[in-house]
Design a protein around this ligand. Structure first.
Ligand SMILES: N[C@@H](CCC(=O)N[C@@H](CS)C(=O)NCC(=O)O)C(=O)O
Length: 322
């Protein structure tokens, strides 16, 4: 397993219950905020901040989407790690067709160096996405939702497209509820299915995931083009990365096989409509996604002893246990 313990990178640590627990300590990571008025100590400035992302990672994809929709290319720089995470160094930078070198000027070869420089005794996972402050030389924030929300408004005074607001104030409470639901039961839900340790956990996770998808499908049943109405919002930004990966990865590899995205007409239409928005198509890189999931270490998703569900219509004989 891969994690950092007291500032020391452990790319090959043997899993123990203690390490499993430490690997989970990632919400205690970096949660500072860039603000337009600078009251947080991190004022929005063009050219000061940099994103470290992966095109394969669905959580990075949220940030890449907002970066593109807000037209922040010349305001906040972006470097891309290689899609194969299963290396001794975890996420690495490299000058390849699928990745870049560290463009923030630090000369980092691996992402764990950014964590170590930011906090010399950091303990936890080394994850993308990361928002880096070139001036302070530290990570500001490593939570995708926080970063997406910052990119949405904080940089409006220094070059962000003010005509795009993905979290309009009148929709805030409805958005909060929907964002939490999509994050938990869909974006994280597919990983809960993949990580199930036995058939019972798998079934529980599958029920939650597909209840969630069924609910979103019904929500779109009134003909609304996006989840909250006529305009795309941050809720669509959160939904798009897992939906776009569903039939390619989560259904076949993670055994989220009860239905395909293609079996949901409204969610399929939403995915295509969102994909057709200006600048969105270039953010969806199936090369990176397929390399990451199929060449990477996703043995967790093929754990022995779990029988995948198939829609009844696809099985000639009923093969279920019992
Ligand atoms: N809470 C984080 C989760 C990000 C996350 O899990 N990123 C994955 C890639 S999709 C990662 O970097 N994993 C490395 C690891 O688990 O050690 C967020 O939403 O930003």
């Amino acid at each position: 397993m891969k994690l950092m313990i007291n500032g020391v990178w452990r790319g090959d640590a043997q899993p123990t219950p203690e390490l499993e627990a430490q690997r989970m300590i990632h919400t205690g990571g970096f949660r500072d905020q860039v603000t337009s008025d600078g009251s947080s100590g991190y004022p929005a400035e063009a050219g000061r901040y940099h994103l470290y992302v992966s095109y394969a990672c669905p959580f990075s994809h949220r940030v890449i989407l907002v970066h593109a929709l807000k037209r922040l290319e010349s305001v906040v720089g972006m470097s891309v790690v290689h899609p194969i995470w299963n290396t001794p160094d975890g996420w690495v930078f490299a000058d390849t067709s699928q990745s870049t070198v560290d463009g923030a000027g630090n000369g980092f070869r691996a992402l764990h160096e950014a964590y170590q420089v930011s906090r010399a005794d950091y303990t936890g996972k080394v994850t993308v996405p990361v928002l880096w402050d070139k001036q302070a030389r530290r990570i500001v924030n490593n939570e995708s939702f926080d970063i997406a929300m910052m990119l949405n408004r904080a940089f409006d005074g220094v070059g962000g497209d003010v005509s795009v607001d993905l979290a309009p104030a009148p929709l805030r409470s409805e958005l909060d509820e929907l964002n939490q639901r999509i994050s938990r039961c869909l974006a994280v839900g597919v990983y809960t299915v993949a990580g199930a340790r036995n058939q019972a956990e798998y079934t529980t996770a599958m029920d939650e995931l597909f209840d969630c998808l069924d609910g979103l499908e019904v929500r779109l049943g009134d003909g609304r083009p996006f989840l909250l109405g006529d305009q795309p919002t941050i809720a669509d930004v959160l939904a798009f990365p897992p939906l776009a990966r569903f039939d390619a990865v989560y259904n076949p590899l993670f055994r989220a096989s009860r239905k395909r995205l293609a079996d949901y007409p409204n969610l399929s239409a939403l995915t295509k409509r969102f994909h057709a928005l200006p600048d969105v198509a270039q953010t969806l890189r199936y090369d990176d996604i397929l390399t990451h999931y199929y060449d990477g270490d996703w043995a967790i998703a093929t754990r022995r002893g779990i029988v995948p569900e198939l829609p009844a219509a696809m099985a000639v004989l009923d093969y279920r246990y019992g």
